[in-house]
Design a protein around this ligand. Sequence first.
Ligand SMILES: *[C@@H]1O[C@H](CO)[C@@H](O)[C@H](O)[C@H]1NC(C)=O
Length: 319
Amino acid sequence: MRDVKYLASACKNTNAWRAVLLTTLPLVILWALIQHTFPLSRPPVEVGCANRPIRITDIYVIHSYWSKDRKELAPGICRWLAEHGGPLADVPCTLAPGFWASAAPRSAILDLIRQRVVAPESHARPLGWYTKLLYRFHVSGAAALFDEQEQPLSLSYLGIAAVNVMAQSNWTAAMTRQGVPPRDRVNRHLLLIEDDAELNEERVAMLQRTVAQLDPCYDMVGLDYKENFCSLQWLKDGLASWFLPAAWRTSPHLVRARLAFSRTTGLLFSYKGALRIQSAMPVTRELDLWYRDLITDGLLRVYVTCPRVVGIMGLPTVT
Ligand SMILES: *[C@@H]1O[C@H](CO)[C@@H](O)[C@H](O)[C@H]1NC(C)=O
């Protein structure tokens, strides 16, 4: 007897559920349709990923125009690329004037702060909890660009940071000025190199292979990564060379940077990446570690090449 009652109530329950489902489902579908046709709020414009094969469309070379020893380097790189750059020969090569920090009056530095290019630490974007934790336990550290009195701590850090991010915003501003349709900008890619970068035909070929296998949603690629960050990759390559025929192995490898990042001699940016970086400005720390913090906070999707694609002459920085 109890079983029958139980069964009856179970049936009633299923019927009730069915009724609820049958009435709500059409309502949900109707609501979704109305939302789709007359959305109450539109999502903010999102810059997407590349939707065509990636190729470098612009090259900026940082130009130390004031230095007797270095002023020939950047024009030399553009000239070399035009003559021997193969696939890069036709890519416009722009000299990006460096920031002559040692000759800059205080007002020029104040201008940079006003434009939110660089700034004292007090102006920094709030860090994510994980990055904060790394700083708290001294796993991470980075030199600030300004001291507590808001005076530059190191002119070379200041100059490198300022020019690197200014070059990127000049690049995106140029697209606005030229009226490049926003949907085409996702297929623009900037190679930004410092004037002591070393390129040759083999490196250009490596760069082409890198770009060909690049994630279309990348934000930035470090092309001159420190070799010791690649040691895990060497180990994998060592193993692969036992098992895989040479033709199956790719080089260079793109390795996702998750917690560490260093060096800025050769960087590749997508339009999305450049905009993301601009929205995180001002730079308040040495540049490569400021990028590292963006990576740790999940704001930038960054890869590095193993081995490095852009060589470094290792000249002392000029300010
Ligand atoms: C960026 O553009 C401004 C304005 O044209 C120019 O003065 C500056 O030198 C450029 N800087 C870089 C790094 O390209």
